[in-house]
Design a protein around this ligand. Structure first.
Ligand SMILES: C[S@@+](CC[C@H](N)C(=O)[O-])C[C@H]1O[C@@H](n2cnc3c(N)ncnc32)[C@H](O)[C@@H]1O
Length: 244
């Protein structure tokens, strides 16, 4: 934990100086303390309906204190609401003529894997999630094992544990058409690294790639990429595509 905090502070200090980095560190600790009140903890369980319906564990309420604090140094775990997820996939379908069967669904920062489960109700070729925190990754693996739904259409699901900003779309992911899902897993420097990785992958293998960006706080990073073009969006999400 101390090592993560130290790495985080060093990284922040290199960009914005010692004083601002220290102030931000204190801000993270203060936010964590506020987030630990019983009232806030109860609110976090407000997202548990999906788990009751599907007998899985994807709620942000049940995250150990250590992982919640670690999450605050990267991006706190929060699962995507089912209604928002289906709205994004509907928007993708309506704005393109893609056939899900040709595409791999890839969630960078997949947490406990709720989007992977929800995506499996669509006929994707396969589904992959990458999560930084080992504890969340292990829960995602268990969820993939437990998930049962009559609506399920894709059965090839994989959860990978690792830093998605170091993820140069290896192996088949460097070749397959992708629907890339992002729900604010990174700060701006991480988003820029992922964009650079994607651009490199597209140069090596030009192909169809769509990006679904949920709660697009750093949309300007994608807009600035010469490889991506915005197709549609609301305040809740943006849909980008690679190529013409
Ligand atoms: C807002 S949550 C989104 C979870 C999931 N994608 C969803 O929509 O339900 C962001 C997730 O990104 C993860 N994360 C943060 N930095 C990461 C990194 N560098 N590599 C992989 N995952 C990361 C966090 O641990 C957290 O689980």
């Amino acid at each position: 934990m101390l090592q993560t905090a130290w790495q985080w502070w060093k990284h922040a200090a290199a960009y914005e100086g010692h004083l601002r980095a220290t102030r931000r560190l204190l801000g993270v600790l203060w936010e964590y303390t506020r987030d630990s009140t019983p009232e806030r903890a109860r609110l976090r369980f407000g997202d548990a309906d999906y788990d009751w319906d599907h007998r899985v564990n994807t709620t942000s309420g049940a995250v150990a204190w250590r992982d919640r604090l670690l999450g605050m140094f990267h991006s706190a775990y929060q699962p995507t609401e089912p209604a928002a997820f289906h709205e994004m996939l509907d928007a993708l379908r309506q704005n393109t003529n893609l056939d899900f069967r040709d595409f791999t669904f890839l969630d960078l920062g997949s947490g406990k894997g709720r989007t992977l489960l929800m995506a499996s109700d669509y006929p994707f070729r396969r589904i992959v999630g990458v999560e930084l925190l080992p504890a969340l990754h292990q829960i995602a693996q268990e969820n993939l094992r437990l998930y049962k739904s009559e609506a399920q259409k894709c059965f090839e699901l994989e959860a990978i544990c690792g830093d998605a900003t170091d993820f140069p779309f290896p192996g088949a992911l460097n070749e397959e058409p992708l629907v890339l899902f992002l729900f604010n897993p990174f700060g701006e420097s991480g988003m820029r690294r992922v964009c650079a990785n994607l651009e490199q992958s597209l140069r090596a293998r030009p192909r169809a790639v769509y990006v679904l960006y949920h709660n697009p706080l750093l949309e300007h990073v994608l807009s600035e990429s010469g490889a991506l073009r915005k197709l549609a969006g609301t305040q809740q999400y943006s849909v980008f595509c690679a190529g013409d």
